[in-house]
Design a protein around this ligand. Structure first.
Ligand SMILES: C[S@@+](CC[C@H](N)C(=O)[O-])C[C@H]1O[C@@H](n2cnc3c(N)ncnc32)[C@H](O)[C@@H]1O
Length: 446
């Protein structure tokens, strides 16, 4: 077996010059622990060993331009192809042939994606959780904490036979630049001793985040790995939100509330609108840990209340039919109460969805003063979760006839108590007039 960028293609050896890796640090030696230290004991890490990624002999070069490799020709399905963007050996895609060919045409991959300058966090020990992200200065609600390209993206439904798993994943990773291989090898593997998924799959399962790609509307989200974003630990009342921006093909982390200097930056790994027992069960089965966050550690009476609130929000979401903004029979007062509960539970993403639902209910009820307040709240939620540059924020801005920049400036220069609601009232009033006109065309237009 050859190491690195050599592979056999139809009996000939195809040599590939490793492309430069841009902003990634070089890290020649990859020393990783076999398994992570037992929970709570930082000093007891297992013997480190070196992890090597090889293109195995069962790999075949499929095409040089775009650079596509058949990951393991023995696999029966045709789904195991690797695409390595030639401009960036810091990234590999695993998918079916038609998908990787389509991916290779995405212009966005050729654009650089740089993390924001002067990162507001460090990665350091978070006790039993392993490493974590910690704020090095106060971070304002809605601020972009991190933006980065994944180093690895795979179609999550690929089925890889158990005996071929090892060669499949090592082959996939062998195409990456050494510095990127080092990043992946250094990620945590939290698999328990009873698990036999193998070291590389252990890393993937522990760390994979999702990336939904609009160019592939019917495909489930890709499983993606990042150097920094994969260090964010879970909390059932997270202070940050991870999202994937397909326009720049990058993962993004936003502060959903103000974060103090020294505070750990956390995201939610599971459905937070369920009871503690369900959350814990899912986290343990899927990510191999028992959550002991502040919400999960509430005294029994408070926990009962927290469970009831989260479950009520989850039930409301379950009643919403696909594509609908509110369930049949929902009342504005009911949803406003759920928004308060979501806020008190620290569920900012849920609060934003509820807020948009309430906005539609206010519209249904022709309750313009509520619609106005809810719309401004929704705008503030959306920009905390997705940022000012997101499609969601631009859509809300367009509803009031503003660009995203204009709306951001208005929201930046005030609070819900001091905003100049006149910016929004005019539009709602004209819509109300339009509605009245269409139901009674004899009304004067002005
Ligand atoms: C994506 S990694 C997060 C970063 C990781 N702590 C590290 O050291 O790189 C996910 C793993 O971190 C640990 N983890 C994350 N959140 C945790 C929590 N709230 N409690 C305990 N362990 C947690 C679990 O081992 C989980 O499988």
């Amino acid at each position: 077996m050859k190491r690195g960028f050599l592979t056999k293609a139809n009996g000939r050896i195809a040599q590939r010059k490793p492309p430069s890796v841009g902003q990634l640090p070089t890290n020649a030696q990859v020393q990783i622990p076999e398994k992570d230290a037992p929970a709570g004991d930082e000093s007891m890490s297992a013997q480190p060993r070196e992890l090597e990624f090889h293109f195995s002999e069962v790999c075949r070069l499929y095409s040089e331009n775009p650079y596509i490799i058949v990951a393991d020709y023995r696999l029966s399905s045709s789904s195991c192809f690797l695409y390595l963007p030639s401009e960036n050996a810091g990234m590999v895609f695993i998918d079916s042939l038609d998908s990787v060919q389509a991916i290779s045409t995405w212009q966005v991959l050729k654009e650089p994606c740089r993390p924001p300058p002067d990162l507001p966090f460090v990665i350091r020990s978070s006790g039993a959780k392993g490493l974590g992200m910690f704020a090095t200065r106060p971070i304002a609600r809605g601020a972009l904490i991190m933006r980065e390209r994944p180093v690895y993206a795979s179609h999550p439904t690929l089925s890889v036979g158990s005996d071929q798993k090892h060669s499949f994943y090592t082959s996939a990773l062998a195409g990456l630049a050494p510095a990127t291989q080092a990043v992946i090898a250094s990620l945590r593997n939290a698999q328990p001793v009873t698990s036999d998924v193998g070291h590389i799959r252990g890393i993937l399962i522990t760390n994979a985040l999702g990336a939904k790609i609009p160019q592939m509307p019917d495909a489930p989200p890709f499983a993606v790995l990042f150097e920094h974003l994969c260090r964010a630990n879970h909390d059932c009342a997270p202070n940050a939100h991870y999202g994937f921006c397909s326009e720049s093909f990058s993962g993004r982390l936003f502060a959903v509330r103000s974060i103090a200097e020294g505070e750990e930056i956390t995201i939610g790994y599971t459905d937070l609108t369920t009871k503690r027992a369900a959350r814990r069960e899912h986290l343990e089965a899927k990510f191999w840990f028992v959550c002991e966050c502040a919400t999960c550690s509430l005294p029994p009476a408070h926990l009962v209340e927290s469970d009831a609130r989260r479950e009520a929000i989850g039930k409301y979401f379950a009643l919403m039919k696909k594509g609908e903004r509110y369930p049949q029979g929902a009342s504005l007062d009911q949803v406003k109460e759920l928004i308060i509960w979501a806020e008190e539970e620290g569920l900012v993403e849920a609060a934003s969805i509820l807020c948009i639902s309430a906005l539609r209910l206010a519209q249904r009820d022709d309750n313009y003063s509520e619609e106005l307040k809810l719309m401004v709240s929704a705008m503030n939620y959306i920009r905390a979760i997705e940022g000012n540059e997101s499609l969601g924020f631009a859509t809300l801005a367009a509803r009031v006839g503003l660009s995203a920049e204009q709306l951001a400036a208005i929201l930046d220069n005030g609070t819900p108590e001091t905003y100049d609601y006149g910016h929004f009232e005019g539009l709602l009033a004209s819509r109300a007039r339009g509605k009245a006109m269409s139901s009674n065309p004899k009304l004067p237009g002005n």
